[in-house]
Ligand binder design. Structure first.
Ligand code: FES
Length: 108
C-alpha cells in the first residue's frame, strides 16, 4: 500500500513557486512549474546540499553548492547518468495534492 502525504493548502505552491516540506525524516522540495507540480528530495545527490533554494530554469534545478543541474521530472542529472535525485509522484484531485512517499527513487 502506498503511503501518501496530503500537502496542506497553504503549502501548495502557486505557479512559479516552491515550498519546503519536512515529512517525518524526509525533506522534500515541492515546485510548481507552469502549473505542473514536482516533488524531489531536498538533498543533492552530489554532496547533500539543499536543492530547495537552487536556481530554477524550466524544469531544471541547479544546486547552489557546485552548480550541478537536475531534471525535476525524472531526477536525472543533466548530461550524465552518474547522479540522480529522488523524485516523488504527485497526485492531484481537485484542490487536494498528495505526495506519494514510497514512490521516491533511490539515489544512484
Ligand atoms: S552538493 Fe549539489 S552540486 Fe555539489
Amino acid at each position: 500500500m502506498k503511503s501518501r502525504f496530503e500537502v496542506p493548502q497553504g503549502k501548495i505552491p502557486a505557479s512559479g513557486g516552491r515550498t519546503f516540506l519536512q515529512i517525518g525524516e524526509q525533506s522534500i522540495a515541492l515546485f510548481n512549474v507552469e502549473n505542473q507540480l514536482y516533488a524531489i528530495n531536498d538533498s543533492c545527490p552530489h554532496q547533500g546540499a539543499s536543492l530547495f533554494s537552487g536556481k530554477l530554469d524550466g524544469c531544471m534545478i541547479q544546486c547552489c553548492a557546485h552548480g550541478l543541474r537536475f531534471n525535476l521530472a525524472d531526477g536525472c542529472m543533466v548530461n550524465s547518468k552518474l547522479l540522480k535525485v529522488a523524485t516523488y509522484e504527485v497526485e492531484q484531485a481537485g484542490e487536494q495534492v498528495c505526495i506519494v512517499l514510497d514512490s521516491g527513487t533511490k539515489h544512484e
